[in-house]
Structure formats: C-alpha cells, structure tokens
Design a protein around this ligand. Sequence first.
Ligand code: SF4
Ligand code: SF4
Length: 130
Amino acid sequence: MATWQCVKQCGACCHLDASDRPDLDEYLLPDELALYLSMVGSDGWCINYDRIERECRIYAHRPRFCRVESEVFGDMYGIEPEELNDFAIECCEQQITGVYGDLSLEMVRFESAVGISLDLPPKLSSQGFS
Ligand code: SF4
Ligand code: SF4
C-alpha cells in the first residue's frame, strides 16, 4: 500500500496561484483566505518559499492550511482520518502535475517515496525496470 509522505525539495503545494485554486473560499475561513492571498507572490509562489533551497522558510510556523494533518483535513475537506492517506497522495499528485508535470522528476521522486510503482514506457518495463 502506498503511504503518503512529503518529499523534501518538492514544494509543488507552495505554488499558491489562486487562479489554479478557484474554490479556496469553500474550505478556508475568511481570515485564512486573506492570509493565503497575502502570501501569493507575483510569480504565483508563496512568499515564504525559498526557491533556491526549495523549502519553506517558516516551516515550524506555517499556517494551518499548509499542514497535512488529520484534524486540518477533516475541517477543511470533510476527510475522515482513514481517508487522509489516499486523499493526501491524490492532492500531491494533482499539485505536482499542475506545477511540474506528470512526467517530472518531482513526480518520480514522490511516487517512489510513497511506494507507487512507476508507469514506465513499455520498452523500459520490458527491460526489467520497475
Ligand atoms: S506537493 Fe506533496 S510532496 Fe510536494 S511539497 Fe507539497 S506536500 Fe510535499
Ligand atoms: S507557508 Fe511554507 S509550507 Fe505554506 S505555502 Fe508557504 S512555503 Fe509552502
């Protein structure tokens, strides 16, 4: 079974461009929405995201909506604790696809880390790669 984890130096979910997330007001409280919008830089990335180091500069103090935690996802998306793993994996895949592409190195790293077998082209699969 695949087990969700955040992969270091991915950062796909720190690309906050609100045009990619038109339903923000459906799951963020008004003050959270205001905070979210205040964090969107002119390039669409979070102003707290270090693009060189590819990590959050305020990780220990990041907002609630940045946290993949059972209580947070229950409040925001109505996800039950037992659904969190699969839902979080799907969220990451969507975000990585949107930011880097579904064939990106970031996607390969993520799927490898969580334990999803890679969809290799038939030629590589037949050569014993997995
Ligand atoms: S998209 Fe997923 S793996 Fe990538 S930084 Fe965000 S939580 Fe981590
Ligand atoms: S506060 Fe940190 S974790 Fe949250 S979006 Fe910004 S850089 Fe990413």
